[in-house]
Design a binder for this molecule. Structure first.
Ligand SMILES: [Zn+2]
Length: 124
């Protein structure tokens, strides 16, 4: 699986600006300026390292042709044997199903099509 890794370092705490302490008045908006340990970095002045890993799923769109006796769900969606549709691999299945995006009532939704109901025509 492809992934992109990004590491961000924040060396100096933005709250205390690297002092390790903050004026209490800044925290409580009082006129009392005693210094207290910075609550954000706990006085260590270094707050965090953020590591972001983005996983990218590669999906291959394809054109399929519907074959065989279609299940009711597909017929109700207005699909017919012989229709050619743009499809993509369905998630969470190792069975080779694909999903097709359809429109209904101005919203899109997906239907799953099982291997017995389609032939791949080509991969886009
Ligand atoms: Zn701090």
């Amino acid at each position: 699986m492809l992934y992109k890794e990004t590491t961000s370092l924040i060396i100096v705490c933005p709250s205390c600006k690297g002092e390790g302490t903050v004026k209490e008045g800044n925290l409580r908006e009082m006129h009392n300026h005693d210094s207290v340990t910075c609550p954000d970095c706990d006085g260590k002045r270094i707050i965090q390292m953020i590591k972001t890993i983005e996983y990218k799923k590669i999906r291959h769109m394809m054109i399929i042709k519907l074959v065989g006796a279609l299940p009711r769900e597909l017929k109700d969606a207005g699909l017919r044997t012989g229709d050619k549709l743009k499809a993509e691999p369905a998630e969470n299945t190792t069975l080779g199903a694909v999903k097709v995006k359809l429109w209904k009532d101005e919203a899109d939704y997906h239907v799953t099509i099982w291997p017995e109901n389609f032939q791949k025509i080509n991969v886009l």
